[in-house]
Design a protein around this ligand. Structure first.
Ligand code: PPY
Length: 361
């Protein structure tokens, strides 16, 4: 989809196949709070709260609904007993320009919305929110994952997400015939909490690390440890073996898919492919793409595993490493049936979302 100046909020909501969307406008700050519950077939919907500035509330609804649908697939493929949802706090200006009191007020309002949903949707950290925000939410609602350890929460999900992404990079590289990461050029796009950890894991395996971010300062410590800086505009035209999208979505559209000079795409970003044909174009070019909702499930495994299922850190570790095995099966199925890995992963999720495929039904 093109990025028009204005998207009417009813457009994404009409297009969407989700169960429930809930919209609240805050007159005082001008922010919009949107909760998108895509599916509760496997359990209560869960997914993070993204706090960002959007060009219009309609753009925020596009993001919330698509991200919520991806959460349904993520939970199903990871075998977690939760459905898919996402919340967006669409800020009237950049988050950095919002004062603390307004931000806290928005969190309180969000907590009140979650209480009214009575557990249909559970939130957690996402782009623009972290453990400290979950602590604030947690003081006003039960329905928040990812509070900090002093408040009894499981803490940051970034290490688990990064470990899962790294397992995905390894599986996808093997599928592409790369035989290990030693000496391979791994380009991490988005050096936030998860991207920088993935970069460290890749460098520790002998990869040659390339890093980029819209905020170049976030590349500093990786550069100090030997990584090469790539300008953000060059992220998808720099030769590399593995491209690792770790920022917001939509990095690779159909036109970029036709030219991107890499062999593997595997990262932490949700919805990194834009457009219906993009996965097909990558496959036609022989680029191995690890479906995002499989590769980036480590955060969900950590939050739901620790907070709902009572898993130990070791169990979370094992389930996160198993993302690699899941991907091997998805690649094998994609080869056997002549479909993209993205479609094979969607089919795996769909099988688990069918009533007949559910345990106990
Ligand atoms: C994501 O993986 O994209 C998330 O939003 C993480 C998450 C998972 C489960 C509950 C809350 C957040």
């Amino acid at each position: 989809m093109e990025k028009p100046e204005h998207v009417h909020i009813e457009e994404p909501l009409e297009e969407w196949d989700g169960e429930l969307s809930c919209v609240r406008h805050d007159r005082q700050t001008g922010a919009w709070l949107i909760v998108a519950v895509h599916s509760t077939v496997l359990g209560p919907a869960a997914g993070g709260t993204r706090a960002m500035h959007y060009p219009s509330p309609g753009h925020a609804a596009v993001d919330a609904t698509r991200l919520a649908a991806a959460m349904t697939l993520k939970m199903a493929v990871a075998g977690l007993p939760m459905g898919g949802g996402k919340a967006v706090i669409a800020l009237p200006r950049l988050k950095a320009a919002l004062d603390d009191a307004d931000w806290r007020r928005l969190l309180q309002l969000h907590a009140a919305v979650l209480e009214r949903l009575h557990g249909t949707y559970w939130t957690g950290p996402d782009v623009g929110t972290g453990s400290e925000d979950m602590d604030v939410l947690r003081s006003a609602t039960r329905y928040a994952f990812g509070a900090s350890p002093p408040l009894g929460g499981p803490g940051s999900s970034a290490p688990a997400t990064a470990a899962g992404v790294f397992a995905a990079i390894q599986a996808a590289s093997t599928e592409a015939g790369l035989e290990g990461l030693d000496g391979r050029r791994v380009l991490v796009q988005g050096m936030g909490a998860v991207g920088s950890l993935v970069g460290e894991l890749a460098a520790d395996s002998g990869a040659q690390l390339l890093v980029t971010d819209v905020d170049p300062a976030r590349c500093r410590s990786a550069i100090d440890r030997g990584a090469r800086f790539v300008a953000s505009a060059d992220a998808t035209r720099t030769e590399c073996d593995v491209l690792v999208p770790c920022a917001t979505g939509g990095l690779v559209d159909a036109a970029i898919a036709r030219t991107v000079p890499c062999t593997v795409i595997a990262g932490a970003a949700n919805n990194p492919l834009a457009g219906d044909r993009t996965a097909d174009i990558l496959a036609e070019r022989g680029i191995v793409y690890a479906p995002d909702f499989v590769a980036n499930a480590g955060g969900a495994i950590h939050l739901v595993g620790r907070q709902v299922l009572g898993w130990t850190a070791d169990q979370v570790h094992d389930r996160t490493a198993a993302i690699g095995t899941t991907l091997q099966a998805i690649f094998a199925d994609s080869r056997a049936r002549g479909i993209t890995a993205d479609q094979a992963a969607r089919d795996l999720a769909a099988g688990r979302l069918q009533p007949a495929g559910r345990v106990g039904s």
